[in-house]
Design a protein around this ligand. Structure first.
Ligand SMILES: Nc1ncnc2c1ncn2[C@@H]1O[C@H](COP(=O)(O)OP(=O)(O)OP(=O)(O)O)[C@@H](O)[C@H]1O
Ligand SMILES: [Mg+2]
Length: 166
């Protein structure tokens, strides 16, 4: 199943993160890809906030590739593979240890992974349209994500309506 949103301003990206956080479960994996500055970290911060993690705790991992945020409703693992470059090997990242079905995992620059991670993950691609606007393409297996994507979409509609008419 696929969803597509035009995100007009950071607030809309934050709404997507918030709506996403409501449908995540232990073991959910989100593969983020998209241009430099497209909003991957911003989306991760908003998702983290929805999970009860302080936004400022979530930064662009620069030296460490992986950050653990263990004090929210669900444990969140935030990885950024940018420094690894193309053909990153999952075993080298240390991410494997977290794939035990207990954590929510968000991976920036997931397209750098040599092997596509899990069939059960959600893919989110963020495209840079212009300074304020981004386009988000979400995809996930319907058997796994269908119902939760519908819930996410309802949440986004509520936001987009209130945003347009405010
Ligand atoms: N609609 C929007 N969605 C997301 N970010 C936006 C939007 N409009 C403007 N911005 C700005 O764009 C920047 C996005 O930066 P962010 O670090 O989230 O991107 P990134 O994809 O993680 O970049 P990198 O590839 O360096 O990791 C922020 O400064 C944010 O304020
Ligand atoms: Mg980033």
């Amino acid at each position: 199943m696929r969803l597509r949103y035009t995100l007009t301003g950071l607030q809309a990206t934050e709404a997507l993160g918030n709506c996403l956080s409501r449908v995540l479960e232990p073991g959910s994996v989100i593969l983020l890809s998209g241009d430099l500055g497209a909003g991957k970290t911003s989306l991760t911060k908003a998702t983290a906030a929805g999970l009860g993690i302080e936004k400022k705790e979530v930064t662009s991992p620069s030296f460490a590739i992986i950050h653990e945020h263990l004090h929210g409703h669900l444990p969140l693992i935030h990885a950024d593979l940018y420094r690894l470059g193309l053909h990153a090997d999952i075993t080298e990242t240390g991410l494997e240890d977290y794939l035990d079905g207990k954590n929510v995992i968000i991976i920036e620059w997931a397209e750098y992974l040599k092997e596509p991670l899990l069939e059960t993950s959600i893919k989110i691609e963020l495209d840079f349209i212009d300074e304020q606007n981004r386009e988000a393409h979400l995809s996930g297996k319907t058997e796994i994500w269908g119902e939760r994507f519908l819930k996410l979409d309802d949440c986004m509609k509520t936001f987009l309506n209130s945003y347009i008419f405010s």
